[in-house]
Design a protein around this ligand. Structure first.
Ligand code: AP5
Length: 200
């Protein structure tokens, strides 16, 4: 099964990805996590991405497409994957289409989390507090100021993907404002329809 989770920052993409990874035995490919690892490791990609991520903007399409192209070649992604945070621009979506076409594979579904944007800054603030309380490093982009820029980037550059995927017939929308368990239930209801047919 090959799916994309689409939604603004704080919509619950990462939370839900973690919950469905085990159920379907496919990896979560989070470009945010990959980029944060690159920043921590000080790789050339990380050095280029660091300031952009900390400001809340989007890293260049070329960098992100490159890391996804490498990642989906890995053995654990052969049977499927959950894309979390990618694509984020129409250019990235087109690059993904080309990547998959070249491999002779196709997406099963794009699931968009529909959320009340006013609630998201509160979720991000809570995540920052909880992370700090565990003694872990807080994401530098989890501040109210940077969150505004992240949301703006979503509205301008990522929200058009909703129409892009609606046009392909792949788009499904779920209510991301329900409690986490309910969102998982709605998501798995959708995914069950594809699980059997895309096992190959
Ligand atoms: P990335 O790491 O992808 O961050 P994001 O999309 O901004 O997403 P978040 O991780 O903040 O939110 P989420 O939807 O995963 O929500 P979560 O489940 O964590 O990207 C970071 C940066 O990397 C970007 O700004 C950009 O610079 C760069 N980048 C990444 N990909 C890129 C790309 N493709 N192109 C260019 N640049 C890229 O939940 C958030 C909180 O809410 C948690 O505390 C959770 O417990 C809580 N929560 C979740 N669901 C619920 C619920 N239903 N009810 C109540 N609380 C909930």
């Amino acid at each position: 099964m090959r799916i994309i989770l689409l939604g603004p920052p704080g919509a619950g993409k990462g939370t839900q990805s973690e919950r469905i990874v085990a159920r379907y035995g496919i990896p979560q490919l989070s470009t945010g996590d990959m980029l944060r690892s690159a920043v921590s490791a000080g790789t050339p990609v990380g050095l280029e991405a660091k300031a952009v991520m900390e400001s809340g903007g989007l890293v260049s399409d070329a960098i992100v497409v490159g890391i996804v192209a490498d990642r989906i070649e890995e053995a654990d992604a052969k049977a499927g994957f959950i894309l979390d945070g990618f694509p984020r621009t129409v250019e990235q979506a087109k690059a993904l289409d080309a990547m998959l076409a070249q491999k002779g594979i196709a997406l099963d579904a794009v699931v968009e989390f529909v959320v009340d944007e006013n609630a998201l800054v509160g979720r991000i603030a809570k995540r920052a507090e909880e992370t700090a309380a565990r003694g872990q490093p807080v994401r530098k982009d989890d501040t109210p100021e940077v969150f505004k820029t992240r949301l703006e980037a979503y509205r301008k550059q990522t929200a058009p993907l909703s129409d892009y995927y609606a046009g392909t017939g792949l788009l499904q929308k779920i209510d991301g404002m329900k409690p986490v368990e309910s969102v998982t239930g709605d998501l798995t209801d959708i995914l069950e329809r594809y699980a059997a047919t895309s096992a190959s």
